[in-house]
Design a protein around this ligand. Sequence first.
Ligand code: TNX
Length: 508
Amino acid sequence: VLAVAVALVGPQAATAAAPAVSSMRDVVPAPLTVKPAGGTTFTLRPGTPIFASGDARDIGGYLAGVLRRSTGYRLPVVSGSGPGISLLLTGADPSVGDEGYRLDVTSKAVVIRAQRPAGLFAGVQTLRQLLPPAIESAIVRKGPWVIAGGQIVDRPRLAYRGAMLDVARHFHPVGTVLRYIDELALYKINHLHLHLTDDQGWRIAIDSWPRLSAYGGSTQVGGGAGGYFTKADYARIVAYAKSRYITVVPEVDMPGHVNAALASYAELNCDGKAPPLYTGIDVGFSSLCVSKEITYRFIDDVVRELVALTPGPYLHIGGDEAHATKPDDYATFMDRVQKIVAAHGKSALAWHQVVNATPLPSTVGQYWGTTRSAPDVAAAAGRGTKLLLSPANKAYLDMKYDPSTPLGLSWAGYVEVKDAYDWDPGAYLDGVSESSVFGVEAPLWTETIATLADIEYMAFPRLPAIAELGWSPASAHDWTSFRARLATQGPRWEAQGINFYRSSQVFP
Ligand code: TNX
């Protein structure tokens, strides 16, 4: 009897503690403009239609899928218009651009208007946050499902809002990556950078060099079994990400971080001898052989096969911590590899050391330093190189929150939620103006991160902080507002079973 009583009290207590109607002002990332209409509410009913036709149809189906899980309602997806939820690709102000939207909630209808499907998808993510947290439950909950009335007009500040997952140090299987994609979508992240290769493992099948994955993917940090994505696995990730309006950016890290490749093919080594596989966490000890022609045939093959799997415009070529490559060789190598990528019709992304070579006009440099002064990077920006900002002491999700964090590293310092949030990407690097800033990205290196629960613990709540810096207008940047809005996300993460860090800065 006692157990039954507890089971009954549990969910009711949680519902009672949460406000009946979520505030329009609590959305993360903060929208461009929010105008609540005091008193007006819309209530979701079992038969509420979701009107969506043409290119909006898939998003209607996606929204219905999200809402049916927790409401148990039918929520038919139909064409036409009327009282209900409408997803329209007409009538949005052109100023919302490709990813923006307008959302109107009245007592009769919820209407999301956008110019492009990506904008409707972003509007749908906002709509989820206007519903009670239990809407995120994987099992049917009681409701009522009430949405506060008003209007939101929204569009992103920066074009590229990314997250990186290192599947090389610890391999993370397809299911984990798909779940992370769904979590990124919640916060309007639009790029997933997959760090596919490193000293400890090669994680993508390359048909013309099969030992890369078969042997080079056979272990990981700590000596576990590792693993790799078949091309079908990888295509599934790319397609799933696309359905969430996320572009996958594959990285093959070169000329350093290549022990797994060198171990797989003796001929890639300058001395013709394959080193053993590596399961430690040192960096900077391996290099491709810059003077051998086979190196470039190898890269051309890998790039060609990856490009065939990559609908997006970018291929990441690494370029970090090439301590085992002489500086002249590094420049020679990076310049040649950028041309290989260009010859296959893609633009290169590279860690910011690429500025020590000659970045092509299309190459984007990813800044991962820990100082605001980086004269060589600023000079490159002055010459036209666009920058993706991932300052390690702000944006690295693998840094410990504080000394007691059981996972993670601390070489760039401890990164509490406020540290992750309190910087302005448009005015961060000395001498670099916002016009040179292509976007922000939150990398998650996985030397110490082995499971989905580990990934979630490090990403939440810092990932939404970086997402807000990339999406919300600079004028909305305010820690006090952000931490209050972030706190309202906690019950949503609980409903989804996301394992998050209960930072005392956010959840006192
Ligand atoms: C530096 S940041 C690295 C990675 C490590 C990471 C750990 C960068 C471009 N390289 O090889 O995994 O630190 O935080």
